[in-house]
Design a protein around this ligand. Sequence first.
Ligand code: DX5
Ligand code: ZN
Length: 213
Amino acid sequence: MILAPSLLSANFGNLEKDINMINESQADWFHIDVMDGVFVPNISFGQPVIKFIKKLAKKPLDVHLMIVDPDRYFEDFKNAGADLITVHYEACTHLHRSISSIKQYGMKAGVVLNPHTPISVLEDIIVECDLVLLMSVNPGFGGQSFIENTYNKIKQLKELIIRKNPSCLIEVDGGVSINNYKKLIQAGADALVAGNAVFASENPIDTIAKFKE
Ligand code: DX5
Ligand code: ZN
């Protein structure tokens, strides 16, 4: 199981400390949430902050773009240090072109689905995907509660993946906690994002270790 702590819940007053904590922990990736205040009702941070994270991070950067027309910035995010970029199905008119472009820049590419978007829309793009990220909350904020229908979506996605692209990973983002991670893995998830569950816990390193048990 891949665990990707979300830096959205980190302490921006001392990001270096939280980056080092993740470096020393058993976590696998850094999950980086980029929000533009248009696609989602919140603004987070952009390339200068990611460049700083990249300088210190000893693990891959999983960059989740919650922005409209993301193609404009793939080169910038590559230069900032992104290893994997995920774009929203709901934000890309020419999704096939977007996924191809991310790969041409030498990064892994994934599609994100909002909670209301059915798995069936992936039928013709799944062969191009390194990963699919299922939102288990409406994107925009950390600390929201998990939407239960996600389990059904994981199972449907797993069937599609087995049928068309067995190497594609399933990642789940939003409301993931120590109470639901086992069920998510059993349903077929390969990677889990955890923001609040890690950073609001008393001992984040221990919490990460519990997830990885
Ligand atoms: C939500 C972001 C998530 C968020 C998850 O829009 O995509 O990555 O940081 O936070 P938690 O784990 O607290 O729900
Ligand atoms: Zn995210």
